[in-house]
Design a protein around this ligand. Structure first.
Ligand SMILES: Cc1cc2nc3c(=O)[nH]c(=O)nc-3n(C[C@H](O)[C@H](O)[C@H](O)COP(=O)(O)OP(=O)(O)OC[C@H]3O[C@@H](n4cnc5c(N)ncnc54)[C@H](O)[C@@H]3O)c2cc1C
Length: 472
């Protein structure tokens, strides 16, 4: 075996396919190309860097035993392994940078058990299916991303952070939301490790670099009859202030609360005729019983409630579900019309301060259009701006980042494929210590952690004892 950068440079993919038996494999070059992509093309910078990165073979395990077979085969042949759920990540998290075996987990989709306040599922289950199963028990997921129709729970836990429900129930990393994660190591004989609630942060948001998640147990909440609401405002500042007040409200239930600049709303053609034109938009999912209060609340904030429909009514009116205008779906609505747009991820300095939001908008200029999501993080309401940016070049993108930073906002760069490049900034040494334990050869998702190469020669406990700035 000839090793290059620690991987087998002379891998025989026919032999690997045979060794994977009885796991289904697919070597169709078109399918391999499709399974090598995610939504990195949201970023022109990532698009230039990642568009020609492809894997060599796709494996489709249907159970944890078959996943184990994939991992032991990868270990025997010393090949990179890329775990992939729905492939809806935005930063190339599931793109193979050095070729390798793509493990498509969507065949591992069993719902294992539904408890009074929990659900246990295989990692490849789609979140829309999980929610449908829960609904029959009068429950729903505490939060789910706007990609629930395509995205898996394993991908959400490994690559996501928050979503619809977070304004009420917190983000994934908040205590009590993830109850247990089971993951397999990449060794000739893979071992199962069970991470309890406290330990789940060791694998949560690790981008599949430190273990193959096979099973997840999550908290659920009572299902409610949610009404999709769209209210319009004549100024973005007023709209944002109403969004914050709703997010903080103790009296009105809500599982989604987003505000969208009027210029972005122009790109929602299917809503034409349903909303006042040229107005800023507040999107909310509100329980039916709270609608009279919500109606009064919107009027009190100086807005108009233009649309209020149940899921069924939206379908009957041939309108998309509300979440298709929220989170990164807002960006997608623009990208459907014009690929010269991109976005950024900004943590607002003080969510309660709508004048801050107005002040930074004044300085930013016409190529940046605001869109905010409100979420409860560790008990506090925070606001995240996912602005539309009309991309000219990297220099201007970084100038925009600096303007946000100078105003005290936190930039979580959406244009980096390194795990340390986004919201985390520093290496997460817990993630890397578990990588050493569960993936000693460093086969999982190579190239995604900048820090791994600096620490891979250390023991797991040495890595774990490092401090956030040690790797700089
Ligand atoms: C339009 C749009 C809207 C979005 N909205 C949201 C949102 O509301 N909230 C949010 O948090 N994100 C959002 N995202 C990002 C993404 O959709 C979610 O994070 C989603 O949950 C990812 O799931 P997936 O199955 O597609 O994962 P993938 O993209 O397939 O994988 C994501 C990461 O997880 C790893 N992974 C996958 N499966 C496993 C496994 N079994 N074990 C270990 N690692 C694994 C992969 O290697 C990769 O690093 C959005 C993206 C788009 C394009």
């Amino acid at each position: 075996m000839i090793l290059k950068d620690g991987y087998n440079a002379s891998a025989d993919w026919d032999e690997i396919a045979r060794d994977l038996h009885p796991v289904s494999v697919n070597d169709d070059p078109v399918l391999i190309r499709k399974r090598s992509r995610d939504f990195f093309w949201y970023s022109p910078l990532l698009n230039a860097q990642l568009r020609y990165c492809f894997g060599n073979l796709v494996a489709l395990p249907g159970s944890a035993d078959e996943m184990s077979r994939c991992l032991s085969t990868a270990c025997k042949h010393v090949i990179p392994v890329i775990l992939r759920g729905g492939g809806t990540g935005n930063y190339g998290q599931s793109v193979p940078l050095m070729g390798g075996l793509i493990i498509d987990t969507t065949g591992m989709s069993k719902i294992i058990s539904i408890g009074d306040e929990t659900i246990c599922v295989e990692s490849g289950a789609l979140m829309a299916d999980i929610n449908a199963a829960l609904l029959r028990h009068g429950r729903e997921m505490a939060m789910y991303p706007s990609t629930q129709d395509m995205a898996t729970i394993g991908g959400f836990v490994a690559g996501g952070s928050s979503g619809i429900g977070s304004v009420a129930n917190g983000v994934l990393r908040d205590k009590g939301n993830i109850i247990q994660i089971k993951a397999l190591s990449v060794e000739e004989e893979p071992r199962e490790h069970v991470f309890n609630a406290e330990e789940s942060l060791h694998v949560h948001h690790a981008w599949g670099i430190n273990g193959a998640i096979t099973q997840v147990t999550l908290r659920t909440v009572p299902a409610r009859n949610w009404i999709g609401c769209m209210a319009t405002f004549d100024s973005y500042q007023k709209c944002y202030a109403a969004g914050y007040a709703l997010a903080e409200s103790q009296k009105i239930g809500r599982k989604l609360c987003s505000t969208v600049d009027a210029r972005i709303a122009e790109y929602f053609p299917r809503l034409k005729g349903h909303l006042r034109e040229g107005m800023h938009l507040l999107l909310a999912l509100v329980p039916k019983e709270d609608m009279p209060k919500f109606d009064r609340f919107i009027a009190g904030q100086g807005g108009n409630l233009d649309l209020a429909m149940t899921e069924r009514q939206l379908k009957a009116a041939n309108l998309p579900q509300l979440h298709e205008f929220a989170y990164n779906h807002t960006t997608l609505q623009i990208l459907k019309a014009d690929r010269s747009a991109t976005y950024q991820q900004i943590g607002v300095r003080d969510a309660s301060c709508d004048s801050d939001v107005a002040a930074v908008a004044e300085v930013l200029g016409d190529d940046v259009w605001p869109h905010h999501e409100f979420a409860r993080v560790n008990g506090r309401i925070l606001a995240f701006d996912l602005p539309i940016i009309w991309f000219s070049d990297e220099r201007r993108l970084r100038e925009i980042d600096s303007i946000y930073a100078e105003h005290g906002h936190h930039v979580a760069d959406a244009h980096s494929f390194h795990i340390e490049g986004g919201g985390m900034k520093n290496a997460d040494y817990r993630h890397l210590a578990w990588k050493k334990r569960l993936d000693p050869l460093g086969l999982l998702n190579p190239g995604k952690s900048r820090t791994w190469e600096k620490v891979r020669h250390l023991s797991a406990s040495e890595i774990e004892s490092m401090q956030p700035d040690d790797g700089k």
